[in-house]
Design a protein around this ligand. Sequence first.
Ligand code: C2E
Ligand code: CA
Ligand code: CA
Length: 575
Amino acid sequence: MEPSWSLHLLSEVLSAFSTDDPDNLWDVLNRVAESVDAEVCAVTNAGRMECCIGLAEEERSRVLELAPSRPHTMGISGGTLCSCWAPLGGERQLLIGRIDVPFELEERSLLRAMARSIELSLRMLEAITAERQARRDASHQARHDPLTGLPNRVLVIETLNRWLQRRPGLMDKPIAVLFIDVDRFKWVNDAHGHAAGDALLVHVSRILQTAVRRDDLVGRLSGDEFIVITRSSSRDGARDLAQRIVKAVRKPLRLAGTELSHSASIGICFAGQTDTASTLIENADMAMYRAKAQGRGRYAVFEPILREQARERLELEEALRHAVDQMQIETHLQPVVQIRTGQLVGFEALVRWNHPRRGLLSPQHFISAAEESGLIEEIDLAVFSAATAAVARWQRLPGWDHLRISSNVSARTLASADLVKRLQSRLMSSGINAAQVYLEITETSLVDDIQATGDTIKGLQDLGLKLAIDDFGTGYSSLLYLKRFPVGLLKIDQSFVADLGRDPDDETIARAIVSLARALGVQAVAEGVETADQEKRLRKMGCECGQGYRYGRPLPIAIVERQWFGAAIPVQTRS
Ligand code: C2E
Ligand code: CA
Ligand code: CA
């Protein structure tokens, strides 16, 4: 019999590998079989069928039992299978089979000669497949968050942009972007460890995935920020969704043996005609900030005014940065007196911004911008330096060595890693007695970040500094913290002092704080004392110290120096 095939089919076979879909080995075998007039074509590997065409399942295992490399015949359902083997490389064999027509010797040797090329082609095929898979994996990785498996920022923006382009037909169903931020996530991470933080993030991601509809998108933007994009609901529907998420997240989660209660804040933005993915996400982010400012654990909807406010804020931050560089930040001091005797016991340092255009600004105008931009640490330290330097100078005057100074520190400053080191160098250079130096922090900043600030507070204690708990009574203090930390002063918030004599509740609270202070062995300082009546009542309840306009307003250091120590200051040490 004339060999039915020849060398020309090598190119035939090889061309099979250049199909558009090289993943399909099955397709390749078909082409091989076709070109050699065979009904059966298979690749076996170490006694396993890698791919096979033309044989029924049970016939395959029988074929595998045959010794490869030798021609065989075997009865199968369609007749007699005449097979011919060629080694491909490694343990791989190529099997060609024809029904009832045996292979000529010439055909067999041709097949063996071709085997190497087929093997090469198979390898190429595998490499292409592997590379495609790797590319697919890499693309998946580049677009997904490894922790939660959710789409990441890249994929979220890609998808949102795609949806926005298709928008016109869907105008009756507006696209809404929900920006979700886990409240106080940093605190969970610090207090319970990263594993707990990760578990919380996965938990939140599951909540989001169950809350949305099938064709909505849930993604993780970064850290504790998630996004939900929904296009299948009305505006009210998006609000309901946000409300449901807020509620679901609020349910306590048991983690690492403790019950974790947490919340999320959500900003919603509805897509307008001209919005891009990035502006929508930015807007939703701004709305999320508003939700946080309104007390966290809630949602807020974007309004254009938020953008305006954000711009003003940025400008303010920019100006503030400049102010810090240009020494426009001033330290003012307000006296603290012993109520019973009226004697000066020390000062509280209060910051002012001497704005070139707007004049002297009080902290309410710039503290929150300073906190958000991180400038607060510089500011707190500048105020601390100026105040301790002045008071150190006055302590050296006869009769004033007991003079104390307290300086405000924001939670953000307290969280800074090198605060202790920086304070230490300032204490040293001023030469002040650290036992007379207090840092005023609010109750909330103590409790908020207990783990993160714990080490810092220990370091402050080692420096000999003490804490004054500011605005006491307005936050949520725990007696435990008061005992744990080196607290030296409790400052009764001025809101309680203001209504003394008018509101019996405030009177009760003030009295309770005074006795709490006494029980803890710390001094109570009433803030915002303005009238003789307030003073009288405070004296009667046994409050030791007072601070307020009745005793003196906050004034620049130079003026304070002249007022209180003018006569005592030798001319050469005056600044
Ligand atoms: P605070 O620590 O509670 O300071 C007391 C505030 O009450 C000061 O306002 C002070 O001027 C005002 N005040 C004092 N006596 C009276 C009074 O008799 N009546 C009334 N109505 N008010 C009185 P100020 O200086 O505007 O400071 C506001 C807040 O800004 C401070 O509240 C403090 O929380 C913060 N702050 C001030 N300086 C700094 C600083 O250097 N760093 C940080 N982080 N925060 C500061
Ligand atoms: Ca204060
Ligand atoms: Ca205060």
